[in-house]
Structure formats: C-alpha cells, structure tokens
Design a protein around this ligand. Structure first.
Ligand code: AMP
Ligand code: ZN
Ligand code: FE
Ligand code: FE
Length: 275
C-alpha cells in the first residue's frame, strides 16, 4: 500500500531512512514518501535501502510555513533537488536559529538544556527540544514538555521564521513539486472551508485527506472539497518512529491502508508541472 507522509532522523523522526524503509517493507508498504520537515537529506539513503525490497521511494518534503501567523505544513512531492536545495538550506538554518532561541528561553526560565548534536543538513524541531528537556530531568515526557514549555502557547515557544504558505506553495511549484496541504484539521489559524479556497488561489494542488488525527467525518468533508476544487487526495501516517512514547493518536506505518492508485494522480501532476 501507499505511505505519503513519514519522517526520519534528518528531521524529527526517530528512525534513520534505512530503518524506516526496512520497517515499511516489512509492513507491506509498496510506495513510501520521505517527507522530512524542510529537508530532502534522507532521500538518497532511503533509495539505497529500498532497492533490494522493490519498494518505490517517492521524493517529498514537508515545508514549514505560516498562515495567519500560525504554523501550516505544506507537503511537496517530486521537487527538483537542485532547484530546491538553496531555499531549503535557508529554512534549515532558520530551524537551527529557532532551536537556539528556544534553548535560550528555557535557560531564562530556569530550565537549562543541552541541545543534541545537530548536523547542518538535518532540520531540528520541537521534539528535539522536548527530548533535551526530558534528558535534563525537567519534564516527565515529551507530552509534558509540549504542555508546559513548547506548545504553541508555551513560554519557551518560538514560531518559525516568516515564510508564508503562499510563498511555500509558489516555491514548490517553481521547483516542479506538487503542493499538498498537510493535515488540514490540525491547523489552528482558521477554519478549513475558509482557508482552502485561499490556498487553491495560491496554487495548491492537493489535500492530505487521510491522516491519523482526522476523523472519518473530517475525511469525508475533505473528499468533497477535493472534488469541488479539483484537487488531488493524498494520505499517510505521518510516522515519526516507535520511540520515545508516540504522541497520542499516532499510528504505525501502513495502518491507514491507503490505495496505491492515489499516487498516479500525484505523479501525473508532477509530470505536467515539468512540461
Ligand atoms: P516544529 O515543526 O518544530 O514546530 O515541530 C512540530 C512537530 O512536533 C510535529 O510535527 C510533531 O511531530 C511534534 N508535536 C507537535 N505537538 C506535539 C505534542 N503535543 N506532543 C508530541 N509531539 C508533538
Ligand atoms: Zn514532525
Ligand atoms: Fe506536519
Ligand atoms: Fe509530518
């Protein structure tokens, strides 16, 4: 089956690309997208690991953008790696600066942490801060870290550096990638029926309908929107690995049982963008 949303150790996943691919193959995944936050560094290793399994790797990305000043994630499938490299480096460096700022805020609050080693080609995120808080003994779990310190309204939260969803969608299109709104019902800056038409105007081509944190009824609503606006439908488990304790509602690879047929439309759209 199909998995179009997964993370590796190049962002905030806990499995390396090789480990992720091995697990996906064992779970019966036939096509797997690598969609790390703001980096494509995991693609090559994933492709090497996938070859002996006959598993297809779909090159992807999950861009961190803002809309109404709130975090909005835009998936992109099949970006041209050469074209997207420099803009992504800028985003990754922004994530490094943001991690430092959160560490400084925690220090000021009286909860010093030691950031883990973070190579320049990986994209640090809040889960890394949560783990550092855990390692320092300041919190009892990742969840506790989000609740007390780094949740969207927490005292040590720092937003992404300014990069709007419209800019993100344009960047993806310019790089030949199919832009898809990730997990619309996790967005906190507006309601889906108002926001979606604006994103479509900006060039959005698809919606992540199937996601572990969407209810069945939300998925039906999104299916209808996709039909209405002529948008592609995608889905994935947003898998971040088995450890530490998965966040509430997290599911394993391939548990959404998404049909491989959904990939055809995405591939065709990517081909059309390049022509
Ligand atoms: P960032 O993009 O750095 O703001 O980090 C967002 C990531 O943090 C999401 O993709 C999730 O993986 C993770 N996350 C968000 N909220 C929570 C939470 N309450 N508990 C655990 N992980 C979370
Ligand atoms: Zn993540
Ligand atoms: Fe996301
Ligand atoms: Fe994700």
């Amino acid at each position: 089956m199909l998995e179009l949303h997964c993370h590796t150790t190049f962002s905030d996943g806990t499995l390396t690309p090789t480990q992720l691919v091995e697990r996906a193959a064992a779970k019966g995944v036939k096509a797997l997208a690598i969609t790390d936050h703001d980096t494509i560094s995991g693609w090559d290793e994933a492709r090497r690991a996938a070859q002996p399994h006959g598993l297809e790797i779909v090159p992807g990305i999950e861009l961190s953008t803002t809309y109404n000043d709130r975090s909005m994630h835009i998936l992109g499938f099949y970006p041209d790696p050469q074209k997207i490299e420099d803009p992504l480096n800028e985003r990754i460096q922004g994530r490094h600066r943001r991690a430092q700022k959160m560490a400084e805020k925690l220090m000021e609050l009286g909860f010093p942490i030691e950031l883990p080693p973070m190579p320049g080609n990986m994209a640090p995120g809040r889960p890394h801060i949560a783990n550092a808080l855990l390692a320092a003994g300041h919190v009892t779990s990742q969840q506790d870290a989000f609740q007390r310190f780094i949740g969207d309204h927490g005292p040590a939260y720092v937003p992404y550096e300014k990069f709007t969803a419209e800019e993100g969608i344009r960047l993806l299109q310019d790089c030949g990638a199919v832009p898809v709104w990730a997990h619309p019902y996790l967005f906190r800056g507006g309601i889906v029926e108002d926001v979606l038409p604006e994103l479509v105007k900006a060039g959005l081509m698809g919606v992540e309908v199937y996601h572990p944190q969407h209810s069945i009824s939300e998925e039906r609503v999104l299916e209808d929107f996709c039909e209405q606006y002529g948008l592609l439908m995608t889905g994935g488990s947003d898998y971040h690995g088995p450890q530490p304790k998965p966040k509430p509602g997290a599911v394993d690879l391939n548990s959404l049982n998404i049909s491989l047929d959904l990939l055809d439309g995405v591939k065709q759209a990517a081909t059309d963008l390049r022509d």
